[in-house]
Design a protein around this ligand. Structure first.
Ligand code: AKB
Length: 317
């Protein structure tokens, strides 16, 4: 079957790279990029169809589904953790209503597969903090976190009730050089590379000792496509899969950057509201279900990621 893939939220950190990867596999015309904003420079340089789409505008969204009749849909439009705390109702509305629109249209238009990203933000202060298991207490205390947890429940519900083949990953913080993150708690781990190359120093908004699970974008894109390519019978989890990535603190990341930029200096700001969010999230994750179900294996450890990030970023900064 020839695929027609609709990516919603294509201008974002994941969308930019995912569209490029999917176009390499399926051809430019098979992948319709869409976003609420006009295409970014990176998106314009990847040839292929582009549509302006607001996931909250049901009529417009219906028209896009009708026009393209997608076989796969990736819904990436979301408000992340830090911005979500500034605009809680807007975050809930976009993250929840947007998902429900996509799930409903996917059923109506008989979309074969849907991908929707969840996050480590579904865990909360009473979840086990180390090697957080797939199934445990989940008491997220950010709007982003509980919108993702509710979204996971809806995904599983649509699978059970309507047979919709929906698949999802709980992404750790994502680090890439092609596009910037927008409004998350883990964004420091991208900003640090830009500042290291531009000024040789960085003030981290997260405190020393704050370990969080992170992942290099190459691994995140490979995981996403592997999950979507896996035979349906291998997918035992229809809420969302834990993915571990690599866990490190700001000072461990800085130490790795210092090996390649010897004079690099890190300092730490105080009283940033993102610290409380980070403190409520796991420090490391157990992803044995992803390994066992669809053969997930990480490729980038911390040194490999830092070398690749700096090597690529220095050419474009
Ligand atoms: C955020 O920091 O909000 C995101 C996430 C971990 O989901 N990067």
């Amino acid at each position: 079957m020839s695929e027609k893939i609709l990516v919603i939220g294509a201008n974002g950190q994941i969308g930019t790279e995912l569209v490029m990867a999917l176009r390499n596999i399926h051809g430019a015309e098979a992948v319709v990029a869409s976003d609420i904003n006009s295409p970014t420079y990176a998106m314009r340089s990847s040839t292929g169809p582009f549509e302006l789409v607001n996931v909250l505008d049901k009529d417009n969204l219906h028209h896009i589904f009708d026009k393209h009749r997608p076989t796969q849909v990736y819904l990436l439009a979301a408000i992340l953790s830090a911005v979500g705390e500034q605009k809680p109702k807007m975050a809930w509305d976009l993250n929840m209503t947007g998902l429900l629109h996509i799930l409903d249209f996917a059923v109506e238009f008989k979309v074969a597969k849907v991908f929707w990203p969840s996050s480590i933000a579904v865990f909360g202060p009473h979840s086990p903090q180390h090697h957080t298991p797939q199934y445990c207490v989940m008491d997220p205390n950010t709007v982003y976190g509980f919108s993702k947890l509710a979204g996971e429940r809806w995904c599983e519900y649509y699978f059970n009730k309507y047979g919709l083949d929906v698949r999802s990953i709980r992404y750790p913080g994502l680090i890439g050089w092609k596009a910037n993150p927008g409004g998350g708690t883990t964004d420091y781990a991208v900003h640090i590379f830009h500042q290291a190359l531009k000024t040789g120093k960085y003030e981290s908004f997260l405190a020393e000792g704050t370990a969080l699970p992170m992942m290099y974008m190459d691994d995140a894109i490979r995981a996403t496509i592997s999950l979507m390519d896996a035979p349906a019978e291998k997918i035992s989890i229809r809420s969302s899969y834990n993915l571990a990535g690599i866990s490190f603190t700001p000072e461990q990341l800085a130490a790795e950057i210092q090996k390649l930029i010897p004079g690099f200096e890190i300092s730490y700001s105080e009283n940033d509201p993102r610290q409380a969010i980070a403190d409520s999230w796991p420090k490391s994750i157990d992803d044995s279900y992803a390994q066992n179900d669809w053969g997930w294996q990480l490729e980038y450890d911390l040194p490999k990621m830092v070398a690749d990030m700096l090597g690529n970023l220095k050419n474009i900064i």
